[in-house]
Design a protein around this ligand. Sequence first.
Ligand code: NOJ
Length: 708
Amino acid sequence: MDTNKKNKIKEILDKMSLEQKVAQMMQIPYSVVGREKALEWAEKGAGSFLHVLGDNARELQETAIHSGQGIPVLFGIDAIHGHGLNENATIFPSQLALACSWNPELIEQMGKMTAREVAADGLHWTFSPVLCLGRDTRWGRIDETFGEDAYLAGELGAAMIKGYQGDDLRNPERILACAKHYIGYGEAVGGRDACDTEMTYRKLKDVFLPPFQKAVEAGCATFMTAYGSIDGEPFTASEKTLKEILRGELGFDGFVVTDWDNVNSLVSNQHVAADSKEATLLAAKAGNDMIMTSEAFYEAAIALVREGTLAETVIDEAVLHILTIKERMGLLECPQRKVPAEYIGCEEHLALNRRLADESVVLLKNEEILPLAANVKKIAVIGPNADDIRAQYGDWTYFTHPDPHPEHEPMRPYATVLEGIKEAAGADVTVSYAKGCAVKAADEDNLEEAVRMAKDSDVVVLVLGDMIEQAGETKDRADLALTGRQVELFDRIKETGKKLITVLVSSKPLCMTKIVEGSDAFLVSFNGGMFGGNAVANVISGKVNPSAKLPISFPRHSGQVPIYYNSLPGWHGGKYCDLPAEPLFTFGQGLSYSRFVYRDLAVTQKKDQLTLSVCVENVSERDGEEIVQVYFHDVVSSVMTPVKQLIRFEKVAVPAGMSKCVQFILRDSDFSLVNRQEQRVSEPGEVELMVGSSARDEDLQKTTITIA
Ligand code: NOJ
């Protein structure tokens, strides 16, 4: 930052009282404290509010700029798959569903459009993207992740950050991104939300840090700390993760916000502090700049500075970080940004949303039944998630936050799977519907009606899954099997002998091996957003040729979890005695109506640059898109390394009967590891390169190179 700006911020800081400085560190939850209390906080000079929209936010801003030092406040919101807490906004597919597209360009666009809608509501900041890895699918927040792989999460996360922030934060249509939850949150023991992450710092840096590093490189302005702990030390109290690694090693220069109530949690949940003063001291010294909720921090920090226990420079540093971002946004000169309200839910945003939904449906099995033939005249749509917009949206919309309101009247436009199939069906096709059963067994379950309807059809589309009560914070699952009478419903439909297309609409992979094996086709549409239902129908009808690939593995059984493609080697026997080692579906898998053949894998090596090329031929009669994936395996290394690791991918459009050749430029640093000294290094020796259509060995071609 230039010296003038630095001086300007320093001048503001010098004029602030201790009370005003500590207030600047506070982020107040509007939905909890209410309007009166919030206005008092705005007068005191609170730095930020969360979960407040539109006119309520504008009122707080007016109050803030006419009180004390007149420093504008930042408004933060969880706009994590669109600005979903506003019921008129565009609700995109969940992060996990978006990840199925493997399409950074579209995800960047989605970030840009979400930013416009958030900004049109008078807000400045979204708590997104989530860069936790979804490796233990029992965890309740799998839907919020980009899946199990750090490289994919890093690429998609960086794209999303660029979309939110653009290249100039002064642009009123751009908002601050927030990389969260720093760090290791998804890897808590047993998938238990916010539990201890039992791992070494070497592993943390090797596996979990890279997406956060990419976030810093993409210019992400803010980071949110995780609820949990590592090796018994809460992340809120961790100078090592916040100062040494984030600021020191990654060079982060934005500000850090805690997660919800993290400071109080040091006392009430984690028991490493006896009272709020001890907790405040730990959190402030560790390097947390902004304190989400935990209002006791305010009095405690002031008292600690006054009695000489906490240096005022610690507070100054935090406030400098916050003011610097406010300055970078131009907020200090222009506190009320004006962005047209017409952006909210506008046609352009809805059009992108449709594309993203289409690109996020993964076809995983197709026994020559899809796309549906023209002679199919009667479609029975059956199942609990066939016509349930809440299940389709998943977490983080107005149904679930800030207070859960599942009974809320859903806002149009949207289409459930049933509605999508009706829209897509020709005039001479009859579409019938029976719910069959609920996701949770209920008195209204009516399997007989569903069976009758199936018998009277040419083909059944069975839509199963989970519900919003099974996804999100504190909603961890021990058992990933389908709940209620869903399996019984499948069995009864199967008995009819009708052709059966099963669709999973859910927040995460569920265990449904028998169902997949017994179905003629199987598709996954994780929470697909407004047009998730159209997207499923488009794939079934053949209007869209599916191109999505799994960003996460599908276990056969809950007992296989955690299961991910890039595991370490060394399992004695390499399998369970009662289950196969492999998941039902592996990372990277996904079918198309085209057929692709990989040819001419070649590598040329020049100094530390390596060019890998491969040609993909479309040997079918249908134009299609293929996601070409490149993995590597370090043959011998000083520490154990994964059996394979994704290092590049590219989505290519290949017209029918044509070939497209793709080139990937690789560097030695792509084959790096974190050694026992916790340093990232590239070691000389043999490296296997693998290219193909998924992480499964049978889908990959291999070649070996030597790194000097
Ligand atoms: C807690 C969640 O962990 C975090 O992801 C979210 O941004 C905050 N609450 C604010 O709602």
